[in-house]
Design a protein around this ligand. Sequence first.
Ligand code: KG4
Ligand code: ZN
Length: 336
Amino acid sequence: MNDRLILGIESSCDETAVALVRGDRTIVAQRIASQDEAHRPFGGVVPELAARAHADRLTPMVAEVLAEAGVTLADVDAVAATAGPGLIGGVMVGLVTGKALAWGAGKPLLAINHLEGHALSPRLADAGLQFPYLLLLVSGGHCQLLGVEGVGRYRRLATTIDDAIGEAFDKTAKVLGLGFPGGPAVERAAKSGNAKRFALPRPLLGSAEPHFSFAGLKSAVLRAWAALPDKTAQDRDDLAAGFQAAATDCLIDRTRRAMTAFPQATALVVAGGVASNQHIRGALAGLAETQGLGFVAPPLWLCTDNAAMIAWAGAERLALGDAEREALGLGDGMDT
Ligand code: KG4
Ligand code: ZN
């Protein structure tokens, strides 16, 4: 069972990715092609450009990955492809490519919820991570706290009532003229900034309700920037640092609250693109330590979109018994 080989395909946003992963956690071969150059002139992801780029790149990348691993589709046990949520054009390109490959080779197709890919990715990196765990899922499209009870068993404890956190990072980068992609640029600028200079709001901090909100913080960054007469590089770095500190405080406060709502968690786990932010990782590690919980964060490349996490989610589903697998919907308990 552990030597089952899964071909994973990811195309839900602006990364075209293909990976071959074994059930024993070996990443046999993988490719991740970023489309940053294509989208940069527009300051954000253009869905039609993304879908066309996936259509151009995907099949050659599958061939490259199989060749690097020295296998053919006949050696693969299943094809796993992201089936949503995401930009619909890209999702369709990846899913239909996966279907065609699976059908042609007579292999099963596993349709994977992209969020389930992120949610299970820490178990690909850390064989010791057991269910149940408390997951903070922070990406460009989502900001959620999930009680992960098992494969396909997710309890949504909190979500954002307005913007996703990655979206807030990206908008902040745009306002400050830091370019695209925004999250890493804000983190870089924040390193030379004074986080205390601007008094920025921390929406819902201390609130009895479980959810996140970032719209008010985003608008406050916009107003503070507009009010600056000179807009120097130091102004920019200070505001980036202030934003990152405020957003982190919100994540920590909401996560602390969720720990009491999901006390059975054996570890605090973070996943999704924003989980590659070192400031946020450090703050979460500190929170877990004060609560006496283990902390697991995947390596940086596994936080942002990739196909190894999709192949791994496929491997986790394949490892379930037939009856258990058939009882599961596509990412039950998750957004679709
Ligand atoms: O998971 P992901 O690659 O794609 C989605 O499923 O959305 O997440 C992308 C998001 C973007 O908003 C990006 O700006 C953000 O993750 N991001 C970061 C960092 N690296 C990527 N945000 C903050 N700090 C980073 N270092
Ligand atoms: Zn993602």
